[in-house]
Structure formats: structure tokens, C-alpha cells
Design a protein around this ligand. Structure first.
Ligand SMILES: O=C(O)C(=O)C[C@@H](O)[C@H](O)[C@H](O)COP(=O)(O)O
Length: 364
């Protein structure tokens, strides 16, 4: 088992990554201070539930924990006010109190949604992230929890850290190919923003990674999480450097939002967003020549899209970009890469350049 520590001013926690961790959940929770009398409430989705709900529920009940659960439909549409409110109702009905603990068993949607429920139920109760997708190496760490508004992604949210992340890599074996590939977008992002040797390693080991070799996946998750931990521990609430974790997300969120979260997975949208960002980087920084081609090659190797499948309106994407959380009254802020393996926060990116980048990725 690999272990990383997230050290934050108010609270620190561990990320445990390894095989067979869900089976050890009762012990791992007790080691993190959860007691048998603390009511557990597990939140998952209908796809994850098929594989993991019963074994997890049974092992916790047989170990003496009392556990209730709720299953929501899979997909980004569940990150909404209606699902949030219904979950709060279920917690009340189950008798959850301030000592109760939420278990977020699933991918990024479940982690964000259950985390937001935990952050707000009775003004905040403990929660653990139990990621079951590759993409969730990113969303489970760092405490960004949120639900979407029809006009914007993650608009209602909080910075609310989990008490721990328990990442059983065996769960990646049941992911669909599309979901696995989607997760690589965020893994690649962590390399592109911080550590070019990690990007090279991903290139070299793509066969092992795509064939779900657990040792290689564990290594990839650990290295990507290490980048995230290094950034978040410097800037928990995104006052500055944490914005670099948004590389590719400005355009990516606009793609997801304008297609009502139905045409692209989060990873696919971020993949296309990173191509747009690489292209703008080349236009602004002469030192990043060749970045777009290299980014496209890497993403394509991992089965990710580098262009919109069907053209989207440039104006609609621009409207969405104006509502991006990084946007200020002084202009568009983009995370761009002056050199392979590093990024900077670029303020005042000209609208004309953004429009050209949108064309480059297939907007019309
Ligand atoms: O942790 C962060 O900070 C990130 O930006 C990571 C992103 O990959 C993640 O998708 C995040 O939820 C996006 O946050 P948002 O503030 O842009 O909504």
C-alpha cells in the first residue's frame, strides 16, 4: 500500500492507494478515528453499486458498524440541487447526526456531490473519499466539493477536506474503457503542469497502463496525486497557485456546460481543453513550440479526443467562458504552458486569441 500525506494548516489526512483496500475498510476507518457507534451513510451511483455496494455494506455491518446508503443515477446530471436536497432528506430520515460519517464510494461526481452534502449537513460532518475511477485520483484529493448550476459547473460548492482518501485500485478493473481513458486526461494534466519526466513515463508505459496493469496504475495515481498534494498544500483555497490545477478546464468546462454534460465525459472535455490551452501557449510563449502537437499525440495514444466531435458555437462557448470562476472584471485568465512540464497563470488573455483557439479545436 502506498501512502501520501496532505498537510494543511487546519487538517491533515492520508491518501492510501493499493489493492484490496475496500475489504479492509472497517479497520482503515477505525484507524482514522471512526467509532462503531458513529452512523455511516454511504453515497454511490447505480453503476458502482452493482459491483461494490453489497461487499462494502456487508463487511461494515459484519464488523459492527451501522450503515445506511443512497444510490443516485450515474453521470454529471446528479450533481444538481434536486439530488443534493434529496440526499439531505435521506440523511435526516436515517437519523444522521454530527458524529455521522459519509462515505463517497464512486468517481468524481459522487465525490463532489457527497462531499458537498458532508460540507453542509448540520454545518459539516466527516466524510471519506473512496474513489472507484481513475479520474477520481484528482477529484478525491484537495477538498473541492460542489454541485452544478444550469449556468455553470461547480458553482455551488465549498473547500471541505475529507478525513481520508482510501483508493482501492482493484476497482479500476471494472471501469469501462471510456471511463478509464477519460481518467488519463487528469493524470496527463498533472504531468503537463508540473513534471515532464512523469509525462515521458506515461508515454513510455502506455501499453501497461491501458491494459490496466495494477502496478503501473498505482504508480500513475501516486505520481499524479503527489503533484496535486504539492499544489494544494501550498494553496488550499485557490488564492493563487492552485489555479494551475485548472489547466485545460476553462475550455473543458465550457464544452461540458454547452453540451449539457451529455456528449463528453469530464476527461474528454479536459483533453480537448488542454489542446486549446497548448495552442494558446504556443502563440504567447515562443519557448513552447511544438507543445500542441506533442499534447495531441499523447492524448490520442490514451484514446482521448483532441477536437470536438461535432462543432459547437464559438459564441456560446465564449458566453460560458465569461462565467468561468477564474474570470475577473479585468479579463480572461488562462493557465498556459511557457515550457513543456510547467504552467503559469496568464491574466488578460485576448478574446481574439481565445476565439482562434476555439476554432483550432473545432468550434464554429
Ligand atoms: O483541485 C483543483 O483545484 C482543480 O482545479 C482540479 C480540477 O481538475 C477539478 O476538476 C476541479 O473540480 C475543478 O474546479 P473548479 O473550481 O474549476 O470548478
Amino acid at each position: 500500500m502506498r501512502k501520501l500525506e496532505v498537510s494543511l494548516p487546519e487538517q491533515s489526512y492520508s491518501i492510501l492507494i493499493g489493492s484490496g483496500l475496500l475489504a479492509k475498510l472497517p479497520n482503515l476507518l477505525e484507524m482514522q478515528g471512526v467509532q462503531k457507534q458513529d452512523r455511516l451513510f454511504l453515497i454511490t451511483d447505480d453503476q458502482v453499486a452493482i459491483h461494490y455496494l453489497e461487499p462494502v455494506r456487508r463487511s461494515l455491518s459484519e464488523s459492527g458498524f451501522s450503515i445506511d446508503f443512497a444510490i443516485v443515477p450515474h453521470g454529471e446530471q446528479s450533481k444538481c440541487v434536486a439530488t443534493y436536497e434529496s440526499l439531505i432528506g435521506k440523511l435526516i430520515e436515517a437519523g444522521c447526526n454530527r458524529k455521522s460519517v459519509i462515505l463517497a464510494l464512486g468517481g468524481g461526481v459522487i465525490g463532489d456531490l457527497a462531499g458537498f452534502v458532508a460540507a453542509t449537513y448540520m454545518r459539516g460532518i466527516r466524510f471519506f473519499q473512496l474513489p472507484t475511477t481513475l479520474l477520481a485520483h484528482d477529484s478525491s484529493v484537495g477538498g473541492k466539493v460542489a454541485i452544478n448550476h444550469i449556468l455553470g459547473k461547480n458553482i455551488m460548492g465549498a473547500f471541505y477536506q475529507p478525513k481520508g482518501v482510501i483508493y482501492d485500485v482493484d476497482t479500476l478493473q471494472t471501469l469501462s474503457t471510456r471511463e478509464l481513458q477519460s481518467g488519463f486526461a487528469e493524470v496527463i494534466k498533472h504531468g503537463l503542469i508540473w513534471d515532464h519526466s512523469f509525462v515521458d513515463w506515461l508515454f513510455q508505459n502506455k501499453e501497461e497502463l491501458l491494459s490496466r496493469n495494477s502496478l503501473y496504475l498505482t504508480e500513475a495515481i501516486e505520481r499524479a496525486c503527489a503533484v496535486k498534494v504539492a499544489v494544494v498544500s501550498q494553496d488550499e483555497t485557490e488564492q493563487g497557485i492552485r489555479a494551475i490545477l485548472n489547466y485545460g478546464h476553462t475550455i473543458g468546462h465550457a464544452i461540458e456546460g454547452t453540451t449539457s454534460y451529455s456528449a463528453y465525459t469530464h476527461g474528454e472535455a479536459i483533453s480537448i481543453g488542454m489542446v486549446g490551452s497548448a495552442w494558446m501557449s504556443e502563440k504567447i510563449h515562443s519557448s513552447s513550440q511544438g507543445l500542441t502537437k506533442m499534447t495531441e499525440e499523447l492524448l490520442t495514444h490514451f484514446g482521448l479526443p483532441v477536437k470536438l466531435r461535432t462543432p459547437l458555437s464559438e459564441d456560446k462557448l465564449m458566453d460560458y467562458l465569461r462565467r468561468d470562476k477564474k474570470h475577473t472584471s479585468t479579463g480572461f485568465i488562462f493557465i498556459l504552458s511557457p515550457i513543456y512540464g510547467q504552467v503559469r497563470i496568464n491574466e488578460h488573455v485576448p478574446e481574439g486569441l481565445i476565439r482562434q483557439a476555439l476554432h483550432r479545436i473545432g468550434a464554429c
